[in-house]
Design a protein around this ligand. Structure first.
Ligand code: GAR
Length: 206
């Protein structure tokens, strides 16, 4: 699966602020030893994540489904960008555009996602970003967290790779809880998952 021996080539797909992208970039050389970030793809023109990529000297491209005229054209352009950069692993880090079953099958076990809850709680269609935390608070759970999973055709339904629990505290708002889950779980798990996959795939090559 690897294009060449050495480091796993990773593309990070974003739509917003990109704090998870930043965590990945900051983990290079420490947690992440066997992977390099070769491309950032944003589905949103002007996303702050693009500025983070620029500051880190990582090539980036914006591919908007709306501007490209639909899902088919968007996924064709995305596949082209990934192939041109010889990407081994696709990391969804707050990526808002749903990928079709055709696309996820084509990249089977080559796409991972970070989700801000302990799957199977508060996941699937309609649970994005703050919504997952609003739902956790509404349900009154005392523990939530984050999950890194492989991406398949079922939203948030792929094999779970890593999870980390985070306490819900009295007085939490969705925003406060979101920040705690990011700090205590997401920004730790996503670099770990990338390194875990990179180490496994490199071992397979040996
Ligand atoms: C993160 O909390 C991530 O877990 C969530 O979007 C946020 C993106 O923040 N993703 C999902 O909800 C996916 N279903 P970021 O742009 O600062 O990394």
């Amino acid at each position: 699966m690897l294009n060449r021996p050495g480091k796993l080539r990773v593309a990070v797909l974003v739509s917003g602020g990109g704090t998870n992208l930043q965590a990945i970039l900051d983990a290079r050389g420490t947690v992440i030893q066997n992977a390099e970030i070769v491309l950032v793809v944003s589905s949103q023109p002007g996303a702050f994540a693009l500025e983070r990529a620029r500051l880190a000297g990582i090539p980036s491209v914006t591919l908007s489904k709306k501007e490209l005229g639909g899902q088919g054209a968007f996924e064709a352009a995305l596949a082209k960008a990934l192939e041109e950069s010889s990407v081994d692993l696709i990391v969804l880090a707050g990526f808002l555009t749903i990928l079709s079953a055709d696309f996820t099958r084509r990249y089977e076990r080559r796409i991972i996602n970070i989700h801000p809850s302990l799957i199977p709680a508060f996941c699937g269609k309609g649970y994005y970003g703050l919504q997952a935390h609003e739902a956790a608070l509404a349900r009154g759970v005392k523990v939530t967290g984050a999950t890194v999973h492989y991406v398949n055709e079922i939203p948030d339904g792929g094999e779970i790779l890593l999870q980390k629990a985070v306490p819900v505290l009295p007085g939490d708002t969705p925003q406060i809880l979101q920040r705690r889950v990011m700090e205590q779980a997401e920004w730790i798990l996503l670099p770990q998952a990338i390194q875990q996959i990179a180490a496994e795939r490199l071992n397979e090559k040996c």
